[in-house]
Design a protein around this ligand. Structure first.
Ligand SMILES: [Zn+2]
Length: 344
């Protein structure tokens, strides 16, 4: 079982929009997501003068209504004074602009994720560029899948309220004061370009974002804008770095799933899982394979149109890692434009 080394101190997650205290001045707030991943965990941190919000939920009516309920019922008459966003995905940053307007806040975020978010949002309403179409052709997707991809292009921005035009940069080793305690920024990579995690030594609490999740493994993807990137290497290095930096008994507040103990074991399991997948891919590539042929080695679930780009991206992340390690090599594209990989 995935979680057998982990401990979950809070057996039941809070109801949507109902903050639950998990440490001194730290509250767990759950919001709904309109995906198969049906929720996100956000964090509210209280001090004498006001509240810090960590992550925002996606830009939907349901999330805005829940925020209004929190503002009306749970802030004890104090304002929201800070907003920190862990990374650029719409479930985390979706309502940042709305919250900044509502409370006159300055968004705090890493530079790479803030800038990348602004760039990706500018794709909304545009047609899929040739570079992206070529990327999915090289992976071997079908005509039908490509058509669907083109029709959904620019969807990222639809989950995000207009972003604030300025922000405050957070970077690795910075500190932020929240809930009257000092939190160290630890930047992780691989899932997002510059993912902000927050570690509080005095509370022994780690706000992990998507950098460390208890039961699902975070998506590690290569995207068409940077087709030769090696996010899996960055992810594995980040896992090892977190094992070094975090105490074994830290309480982890993840963005999805339950609050847990067992950070070191979970990080090791994530590292081992990817290493096992890499071995499987090398074995499978004894016979030439395209990206799409390798899904069955990496994913237990059926890959439908909803998750196709995530599956291609994650498979390409494993492929690029192995190519850079000289374990597999690519042949020139076939008549359909697909690239075949073979073990060296
Ligand atoms: Zn994410």
């Amino acid at each position: 079982m995935t979680g057998n080394a982990l401990q979950f101190p809070i057996s039941e997650a809070p109801a949507m929009g109902e903050p639950l205290a998990v440490a001194a001045g730290v509250y767990w707030l759950r919001m709904p997501l309109p995906f198969s991943l049906n929720h996100i965990n956000l964090w509210l941190l209280e001090d004498q003068h006001g509240w810090t919000i960590v992550d925002t939920g996606i830009n939907t009516k349901a999330c805005k209504q829940l925020w209004q309920q929190v503002f009306d019922q749970h802030l004890k008459g104090k304002p929201v004074t800070q907003l920190v966003v862990t990374h650029l995905h719409p479930d985390h940053v979706g309502l940042a602009g709305w919250l900044c307007e509502r409370w006159n806040l300055t968004l705090q975020m890493s530079r790479t994720d803030y800038m990348t978010c602004r760039v990706l949002m500018s794709d909304t309403g545009k047609q899929a560029p040739q570079a992206a179409i070529d990327f999915y052709c090289r992976a071997g997707v079908s005509e039908q899948q490509l058509k669907t991809y083109k029709s959904k292009f620019g969807g990222y921005g639809k989950g995000i309220y207009a972003m604030p035009d300025h922000y405050l940069r957070l970077q690795d080793k910075d500190t932020v004061t929240m809930a009257d305690a000092e939190w160290q920024i630890i930047v992780g990579r691989g899932h997002a370009p510059e993912h902000v995690c927050l570690y509080c030594p005095s509370l022994n609490v780690f706000i992990a974002g998507d950098q460390l999740l208890p039961t699902i493994s975070s998506n590690i993807s290569v995207w068409p804008t940077e087709p030769d990137s090696d996010p899996l290497k960055e992810w594995l290095e980040s896992c090892a770095m977190l094992q070094q930096k975090l105490p074994a008994d830290v309480m982890v507040l993840p963005s999805h799933g339950q609050v847990f103990f067992g950070a070191h074991q979970r990080l090791q399991r994530l590292i081992d899982g990817h290493k096992k997948s890499l071995v499987k891919l090398v074995d499978a590539c004894a016979q030439p394979q395209r990206n799409v042929d390798l899904f069955s080695q990496l994913f237990r679930r059926e890959i439908n149109d909803d998750v196709l780009t995530l599956a291609v991206g994650e498979t390409q992340a494993h492929i690029n890692y192995l190519v850079k390690q000289n374990k597999i090599q690519s042949n020139t594209a076939d008549a359909q434009g697909a690239v075949w990989y073979q073990t060296i």
